[in-house]
Write a protein that binds this ligand. Structure first.
Ligand code: AMP
Length: 194
């Protein structure tokens, strides 16, 4: 398998770039945010538990997201590989992901980290609020989500850095320009993994 993580603060463009990466590299998309929103829409017990946290911009407990991810991996072991989007968001999640993949004889080849200034993130998320109507895209929750990223999630970059798998990519410019930068990193990593 060939697996990658797309990483970055809220509004960095992880979802937009994931769609392009999936099309080009035929990877299976695993977005914990999408799974959680699906659970919320279906009003499952998990969705109801997560709703309050998501609407405040806080993280859902590690045990819950790790279990969700494990199930989704096991349902897709016949696929070429995964792109993890919005996961891992804590070092505990990153270590759990490494363990799950190791037990299945695979690994994360590279972690692509989209770098965007905070002011630009807020502008993008407020724009997305108008087009997608996500409950958590309002200024108060956006600020909480960025704070959670700065205090907790950004440490995940060091986790991958320690094993030489962290690749920062400039997340500004046109969607196509950013995608070109990402492809260069993915191509290089795929060559090494093959
Ligand atoms: P996203 O769509 O990735 O921006 O995620 C939306 C929200 O879902 C986040 O603000 C968190 O509340 C929750 N969430 C998504 N992924 C995770 C994760 N890996 N760990 C904890 N909470 C998550």
């Amino acid at each position: 398998m060939f697996n990658i993580v797309i990483f970055g603060p809220p509004g960095a463009g992880k979802g937009t770039q994931s769609k392009l990466i999936i099309d080009k590299y035929r990877l299976t998309h695993l977005s914990t945010g999408d799974i959680l929103r699906g659970e919320m829409a279906a009003k499952t017990p998990l969705g109801l538990e997560a709703k309050d946290l998501i609407e405040k911009g806080l993280l859902v407990p590690d045990e819950i997201v790790i279990k969700m991810v494990k199930n989704k991996i096991d349902d897709n072991l016949d696929k070429k590989g995964f792109i993890f989007d919005g996961f891992p968001r804590t070092c505990e999640q990153a270590a759990a992901l490494d363990k799950i993949l190791r037990e299945r004889n695979t690994t994360i080849s590279v972690m692509i980290s989209l770098e965007v200034e905070e002011e630009e993130l807020i502008t993008r998320l407020l724009k997305r609020a108008e087009t997608e109507g996500r409950q958590d895209d309002n200024i108060k929750v956006i600020k909480n989500r960025i704070q959670v990223y700065n205090e907790v999630t950004c440490k995940v970059a060091d986790y991958y850095g320690k094993t030489g798998r962290h690749r920062p990519v400039d997340g500004t410019g046109s969607v196509e320009e950013i995608f070109d930068r990402i492809c260069r990193v993915v191509d290089e990593s795929e060559k090494v993994t093959a």
